[in-house]
Design a protein around this ligand. Structure first.
Ligand code: 5GP
Ligand code: MN
Length: 338
């Protein structure tokens, strides 16, 4: 793998972009790379496009440089897509994918099918921020750039908790910490702190949640009228599905919110064995094995039933696998006794 400088030959104008409804990893990796390029390659003209990132990310250096739309005549030598998960989720610069000669895509979603000039996708990586780090020269990473990348890694690992957080991830995080960043402050401010309205809608979602599949699945739905009542937007509901997933005994958490009449955004998280990216893919979405999403049309009961059918398939597969493993163990024990 080449460092980022190898992709900059004959390149003057660069656009960096992430996915729609950008999360901490998306904002962190885009801003980390933006700061690295602007700080180390002063001759380059770099722009960063993200769909209205949350206010909590505004401490990042040059946050005010983020653009949410491009000029009609904008053209670039290189488009860098980060954390997008699939081509149709680029959002604000969707049209630039076809009109830009060279496209470099760095990602960690196995549902990303590629078809870019250069594609580096590591589904095993904790975050796109960790993937971006591999393309940078550690010596040239400034404190401000490190803040953004560290935030990306921290968010996508659920603060260094998920299985995707490897020893390698911790080494990268450590090298970013050594740049002198305020790491506890970043985690508290951008991950744990919630506004009053965010806590209210979280409380409502938890109150209205229900269990099924013998307590292995938890579901909660927020209707548009409820969002209006609490004065919240989708950005304010980011942590809800993770909180649902923390329920003891639960393998899968499913959170739905209404995006428009008869349309729901679905977020799914699993703990140990259900592959939620497989379920999301059935509905045209994508993501990771333990965290995935999609948008589904229909009444919310029908959406939940459709997801339940997919869950049922995987629970049955898992049960069958468990039975097979137990039978094998029994056979081994029996042969030892003979
Ligand atoms: P979230 O549930 O937080 O929206 O997303 C969880 C993961 O699934 C993220 O990695 C996100 O990029 C991915 N994801 C969410 N919704 C979609 C979707 O509609 N399409 C695709 N391809 N990926 C999605
Ligand atoms: Mn990510």
């Amino acid at each position: 793998m080449e460092k980022i400088a190898a992709y900059l030959e004959n390149v003057k104008k660069i656009a960096i972009a992430g996915h729609v409804h950008p999360d901490g990893d998306c904002v962190g990796s885009c801003m980390g790379l933006y700061l690295y390029l602007t700080e180390n390659f002063p001759g380059l003209d770099v722009e960063v496009y993200l769909e209205e990132p949350r206010e909590v990310f505004s401490f990042l250096k040059d946050f005010d440089q983020i653009r949410s739309s491009h000029d009609a005549d904008a053209s670039f030598d290189l488009l860098i897509l980060l954390d997008i998960s699939s081509r149709d989720r680029v959002g604000v610069v969707q049209d630039l994918i076809d009109s830009t000669g060279k496209v470099l895509c760095l990602d960690h979603h196995r549902t990303n099918e590629g078809a870019y000039t250069w594609f580096y996708n590591d589904p095993e990586a904790s975050s796109t921020a960790e993937v971006v780090y591999r393309f940078l020269d550690p010596e040239k990473i400034s404190e401000k750039c490190a803040e953004a990348l560290y935030m990306g890694i921290a968010h996508d690992t659920g603060i260094f908790q998920y299985q995707s957080c490897s020893p390698e991830t911790m080494c990268v995080a450590a090298s970013l910490m050594k740049k002198g960043i305020p790491y506890t402050w970043i985690i508290d401010r951008t991950y744990y702190q919630k506004s009053y309205a965010e806590n209210q809608i979280l409380g409502r979602a938890l109150m209205e949640s229900f269990l099924f599949f013998d307590g292995k699945v938890i579901v909660s739905v927020i209707r548009e009228r409820t969002m209006k009542f609490f004065g919240v937007t989708p950005k304010d509901m980011d942590g809800i599905v993770s909180q649902l997933r923390n329920t003891i005994g639960v393998e899968v958490a499913v959170f739905l919110y209404e995006t428009e009449w008869l349309e729901y955004k679905v977020s799914m998280r699993s703990k140990d064995y259900i592959d939620v990216s497989r379920i999301a893919a059935v509905f045209g979405g994508g993501g990771h094995v333990r965290a995935a999403g999609c948008t589904v049309q229909g009444m919310h009961r029908d959406v939940i039933n459709a997801i339940a059918r997919e869950l049922d398939i995987q629970f049955r597969e898992h049960d069958a696998q468990m039975r097979e493993e137990n039978d094998e163990k029994d056979d081994e024990r029996n042969s030892e006794c003979l």
